[in-house]
Ligand binder design. Structure first.
Ligand code: AMP
Ligand code: ZN
Length: 469
């Protein structure tokens, strides 16, 4: 089966065929974080979704270039830089580093290109100049440069490719200066914002005067630079369809005269305990908040990957506890396979992987994917004890190789066997001594002490094994 995805542009599930004549290379751009705060769990749903798309493409054999920009200059950032009396770089650098740490904690593959808007001012200016030269952008009395929707439509171009917009109700000549605005105000939007006192020292020289770029033009300039004027895939959360992505299309197609993106993919939003996340409701979580509650990045990743990307997902702390249990079941099975395989390497089971691929390539049918995985775990556990001794290492190694392929897509990994600290190893040794001396009371007391410290001892034929609870 070929990979099928829901393309927002055509509002249908379509077979994904890359632009590359060899059908091998794929260019994918995901709108990255605006680095003015720690990313919240809603943002992470979208970035984990982007990671799943990339891993799926790689699993399907494509050679992917994954680009994720860092928005390090826009309205909200400038406001905070001003409030905190700091510099742009110092302020955004802290949140960019935190974002990349969190990305790793969630098991996401690092994007190949991570362009920063502030390092693409020349490309942004060049793109705006093109739009001015083509007559679809103009300088207004406030010194800013705006994109003219009327002129763009006048050239036969379509504004509103992702969303049905009621352009007849549009009031000609209206403008919006801010980066974020509502559907009701389809209007000329800012490409270059003339310097105002509130910007402090956040401004650059340009042929249009000193100022800074609007948010939308940043993504057009960076994606075209990294992936070319037309590329395969563009992703983001559903809230970005309008105005951000409509504006990206208009700017890019307005400047190049070519189709901008072949496939637009949008991830649905995440709610927390059934409600829109907000600080005032106390249901606002960053990844760090969840780690501080004792959950791990892989538990959060697992939970985010349990729902289909086009369905609103209700994130709950109970769900995270469930993720812990589900992962423990996987870990136990894989850990037994490791012991049985004893280092042997085998080929994966292609028949099973073919079935797994069919579900995955069916518009990322994640519930069918998990269904197949749990059936596989159940069968593995069932067969484990009845494999003839001569076959055990071969059988387990084959299963492990299969799991590695599955996990190359899901990225939930397997909990590394935690290294026991010296104090814990010493207690384990003391317990072994006590057992040898037949002092079972002391041996049991030490076992309880270990348990209180978060470790369990397992007596195996190869000796004792310490496991973190
Ligand atoms: P931002 O840093 O605000 O530009 O957002 C980064 C990404 O997170 C964008 O793709 C947004 O669409 C996405 N996003 C924001 N809020 C949510 C949410 N509640 N659920 C899912 N994705 C979200
Ligand atoms: Zn963007």
């Amino acid at each position: 089966m070929a990979l099928k995805l829901f393309n927002t542009l055509t509002r249908s599930v379509q077979e994904f065929v890359p632009l590359d004549p060899q059908k091998k290379k794929v260019g994918m751009y995901c709108c990255g974080p605006t680095v003015y705060d720690f990313a919240h769990i809603g943002n992470w749903r979208t970035f984990v979704f982007a990671d799943l798309v990339r891993r799926t493409l790689e699993f399907s054999g494509y050679d992917v270039t994954h680009v994720m920009n860092i928005t390090d200059v826009e309205d909200k950032i400038i406001k905070r830089v001003r409030e905190q009396k700091t510099t742009l770089r110092e302020f955004t650098g802290k949140f960019e580093a935190a974002f990349l740490d969190d990305l790793k904690a969630l098991g996401c593959r690092e994007p190949h290109v991570k362009p920063r808007a502030t390092e693409h001012i020349a490309e942004i200016i060049a793109l705006i100049e093109k739009l001015v030269a083509r007559g679809v952008a103009y300088k207004a009395a406030d010194g800013s440069v705006y994109f003219s929707i009327e002129k763009y439509r006048g050239c036969g171009c379509c504004y509103g490719q992702l969303l049905k917009l009621n352009l007849d109700e549009m009031r000609a000549g209206e403008r919006v200066a801010s980066d974020e605005y509502e559907k009701e105000s389809v209007a000329d939007f800012a490409l270059w914002k003339a310097r105002v006192p509130d910007d402090g020292d956040v401004f650059w020289p340009s042929p249009f005067g000193e100022g800074r770029p609007g948010w939308h033009i940043e993504c057009s300039a960076m994606s075209i630079k990294a992936l070319g004027e037309t590329f395969d895939l563009h992703l983001g959360g559903e809230d970005l369809k309008f105005p951000h992505h409509e504006d990206e299309i208009a700017q890019s197609e307005g400047a190049t005269g070519k189709p901008f993106v072949k496939f637009w993919l949008h991830g649905a939003h995440l709610l927390v305990e059934g409600k829109k996340m907000s600080k005032s409701l106390g249901n606002f979580f960053t990844l760090r908040d969840l780690l501080a509650k004792g959950f791990t990045g892989r538990e959060v990743r697992y939970l985010l990957l349990t729902s289909h990307y086009r369905e609103t997902f209700n994130f709950t702390l109970d769900g995270l506890h469930g993720a812990k249990t589900a992962l423990a079941r996987i870990d136990e099975c894989i850990s037994k396979l490791r012991d049985m395989a004893a280092g042997k390497i085998e080929q994966a089971d292609d028949v099973y992987l073919g079935q797994f691929r069919d579900s995955l390539e069916d518009d990322l049918n994640i519930s069918a994917v998990w269904g197949k995985i749990y059936e596989w775990i159940r069968q593995t556990n069932k067969e484990m004890d009845s494999v003839p001794p001569v076959m055990r290492s071969f059988w387990a190694a084959r299963r492990l190789a299969t799991w590695d392929k599955i996990d190359s897509v899901l990225g939930v990994g397997v909990k590394a066997e935690a290294e026991a600290p010296a104090e814990i190893s010493a207690l384990a040794a003391a317990r072994a001594e006590a057992k040898k001396a037949k002092d079972f009371k002391r041996a049991d007391a030490i076992r309880d002490e270990l348990k209180a410290k978060g470790w369990v001892i397992e007596d195996t034929p190869k000796g004792i094994k310490l496991k973190k609870i």
